[in-house]
Design a protein. Structure first.
Length: 105
């Protein structure tokens, strides 16, 4: 069995509209399809438990070595013509992220 990370995306209602969460989970499975299947099953249960919507997006990543300190657990490559600062602002630093405990209160 191999190790896989699966990213699933969720939506919930928020004061400002919708709150989207990307959640990474770690799975041991025979192949990527099996890892995604168990991750999606868990995502549906997670969504029901905390009353959020699972959006049906699951992206998997095979860990070439078992998990350990510093191991790469996920990678997503995207082509873009944006300059570095514009790319980061567009996808990672929009100003609406909740990244610290204080942001979630």
């Amino acid at each position: 069995m191999q190790w896989y990370t699966v990213r699933c995306v969720f939506r919930s209602d928020s004061e400002g509209g919708s709150l989207y969460e990307e959640r990474l989970t770690l799975w041991q499975a025979d192949n990527l399809d099996d890892a995604i299947a168990v991750a999606e099953s868990e995502a549906l249960a997670f969504a029901q438990t905390i009353d959020v919507e699972y959006l049906g997006l699951a992206q998997g990543y095979w860990l070439s070595v078992p998990p350990r300190n510093g191991a790469e657990i996920y990678s997503l490559c995207r082509e873009s013509d944006l300059e570095p600062d514009d790319y980061l602002d567009r996808f990672f630093d929009t100003g609406t992220e909740r990244q610290r405990q204080e942001d979630q209160q």
